[in-house]
Design a protein around this ligand. Structure first.
Ligand SMILES: C[S@@+](CC[C@H](N)C(=O)[O-])C[C@H]1O[C@@H](n2cnc3c(N)ncnc32)[C@H](O)[C@@H]1O
Length: 221
């Protein structure tokens, strides 16, 4: 049996222990020993961008919170006009290093695309600093509105966080939020903070049954 090899280790600013491990050509990022992302399962990460980037105008500007393995970034770049920009925000410097190193080929080198603007920052701060700036904001920084890896990320799903996301979007712009599970009350929270909200159940693997994740989308009204 092929061994699991630790390729890199990091501690995020909130104290979460991250580990990049490789096994038989597959890479996994673990957070406090639990699998966070795998190069084998990324359909819902690709869908996160596909759902809100279908009809982008020339010069569109996007934001993605959470680089992970780079699949959402790749999916957004594939739909972005030539003169568009995508601001990729990532909190942990080592995750960026891994994406410039062994992970780079998996999502076809999205950090090398001239339209990618990489920011080493906390996405909650970048959102707070933006006004009427983005056509789409895609967030995959945690497990979703309640089972958090990082307590601070909880703000993103609160009334204050949703209002700040709304301010950061252009009129008619859309947010997409990845969640491990359904959150029955989250849609109504999005609605009361000025979004036309929808819930999308997404399979982990395209065309197969099994585990489903949820993507919440909201258009700024
Ligand atoms: C599940 S992964 C994202 C997966 C990504 N969608 C993909 O396609 O591979 C979550 C990422 O969010 C980052 N992260 C967590 N909290 C963050 C924050 N507040 N701001 C920016 N990045 C954050 C983590 O370091 C990790 O890289």
């Amino acid at each position: 049996m092929k061994p699991w090899i630790t390729v890199g280790e990091a501690v995020s600013p909130d104290g979460t222990r991250l580990e990049l491990v490789e096994h038989d050509g597959e890479y996994i990022i673990r957070a406090d020993d639990l699998p966070l992302m795998s190069t084998r399962m990324h359909y819902s990460e690709v869908e996160l961008a596909r759902i809100v980037c279908k009809k982008l105008k020339p010069g569109a500007k996007l934001m993605i919170g959470g680089l992970g393995l780079g699949y959402t970034l790749r999916s957004a770049l594939d739909l972005l006009p030539k003169d568009g920009k995508v601001v990729q925000v990532e909190l942990v410097p080592e995750v960026i290093d891994w994406n410039k190193g062994p992970l780079a080929p998996f999502a076809d080198h999205p950090l090398d695309d001239k339209r990618t603007i990489l920011e080493l920052a906390d996405v909650t701060k970048v959102i707070r600093g933006a006004r009427n700036e983005y056509d789409s904001i895609m967030l995959d920084v945690d497990n979703g509105p309640s089972p958090l890896v990082n307590e601070k990320n909880g703000w993103l799903y609160s009334d204050q966080g949703l209002l700040a996301i709304r301010s950061a979007l252009k009129n008619g712009g859309q947010v997409a939020i990845w969640s491990a599970d359904d959150e029955p009350r989250f849609i109504s929270r999005m609605k009361r903070n000025g979004f036309r909200a929808q819930k999308h159940m997404i399979q982990t693997h395209k065309g197969k049954g099994g585990i489903r994740h949820v993507i919440f989308t909201g258009r700024k009204t």
